[in-house]
Design a protein around this ligand. Structure first.
Ligand SMILES: NC(=O)c1ccc[n+]([C@@H]2O[C@H](COP(=O)([O-])OP(=O)(O)OC[C@H]3O[C@@H](n4cnc5c(N)ncnc54)[C@H](OP(=O)(O)O)[C@@H]3O)[C@@H](O)[C@H]2O)c1
Length: 276
């Protein structure tokens, strides 16, 4: 059954930029009341103004998803303002490009605190209200890197993998309730994500590949809210493609060797850093 988003309350983390911002605008255009969350207040205010400009309703709440009390404050502000939560999208995320050997424990910890723990807090806290309402839809934005091991992004991919499997297990736990749970696995998307991530190796001078636009990914997220589906992927024939790489892992290995060369301008994996 199709969900009419008009008047629905949609919370989006990471709504100050990229996929989250674009999704917020699309939800607002559908008549949803949107709650915008991220750390950068000025960017949130700009999205809020864009939504108000076409007569939409929004609320912005400065939130670091790694801090549980800030996620709780996000729910409290949403309830004070709109009284309910229909859709909660855990989209906030950050990345790191570099080898495992280059990654510090502090960087790994921070990635987990934002990408995985941020999703954990978001789900538990959204469920406080969804259980009271006995309705709602949680959509977690993971990544295709959760399913296909992306060289030079091991730490990021690990957080996205954890987020993906956590979401699938949560969906199973809630299967007998009216609450829906979905996971989206975008592939490379042209946003500021690469620029914003921690760089342990310099940016390549060559462009990596042509990605999807934030608009294309956000459209599919909105469609998932309208017609809930357990998994949303953005590659052609996703099940067949994943099965192909499972059956022929050497092909993915070959693609990764090429990827490393492109990403490092032909230098290959950097030598390990000296031991401290
Ligand atoms: N772009 C891609 O190629 C791609 C591919 C697959 C999956 N994804 C996933 O899609 C999601 C959105 O990425 P994007 O491409 O739209 O990236 P983006 O343009 O860099 O946006 C990331 C958003 O997350 C927010 N954010 C980062 N850390 C946060 C924190 N600690 N607390 C709250 N908000 C935080 C940022 O806002 P503030 O800085 O204002 O806090 C920003 O709004 C991420 O989860 C990412 O892993 C992206």
């Amino acid at each position: 059954m199709r969900v009419d988003l008009k008047g629905k309350v949609v919370v989006i983390t990471g709504a100050s930029a990229g996929i989250g911002k674009t999704a917020a605008l699309l939800f607002a255009k559908k008549g949803a009341h949107v709650v915008l969350a991220a750390r950068r207040l000025e960017q949130l205010q700009a999205v809020d103004r864009d939504i108000a400009a076409f007569g939409g309703k929004a609320l912005y709440v400065s939130t670091d998803v790694a801090e549980r009390e800030q996620v709780q404050r996000l729910l409290n502000a949403t309830l004070e303002h709109f009284g309910r939560v229909d859709v909660w999208i855990n989209n906030a995320g950050s990345g790191l490009v570099g080898t495992v050997e280059q990654t510090t424990p502090e960087e790994m910890d921070r990635l987990f605190r934002v990408n995985y723990m941020g999703t954990f807090h978001g789900c538990q806290i959204a469920l406080q209200q969804m259980r009271r309402q006995n309705s709602g839809h949680i959509i977690n934005i993971s990544s295709m890197a959760a399913r296909l091991p992306l060289a030079l992004h091991a730490s990021y991919a690990a957080t996205k993998s954890a987020q993906w499997i956590f979401t699938e297990a949560l969906a199973a736990e809630l299967a007998s309730t009216p609450i829906k749970v979905s996971v989206a696995l975008p592939s490379f998307t042209e946003t500021d994500f690469s620029r914003a991530m921690i760089h342990k190796i310099p940016d390549s001078s060559k462009s990596m590949m042509h990605g999807a636009s934030a608009e294309q990914v956000a459209q599919k997220i909105v469609q998932c809210a309208e017609r809930p589906r357990p998994v949303v992927m953005f590659i052609p024939f996703p099940k067949l493609t994943l099965m192909f790489f499972d059956l022929f892992p050497g092909v993915w290995g070959f693609i990764m060797r090429k990827y490393i060369l492109i990403r490092t301008d032909g230098k290959g994996v950097p030598p390990p850093p000296p031991h401290p």
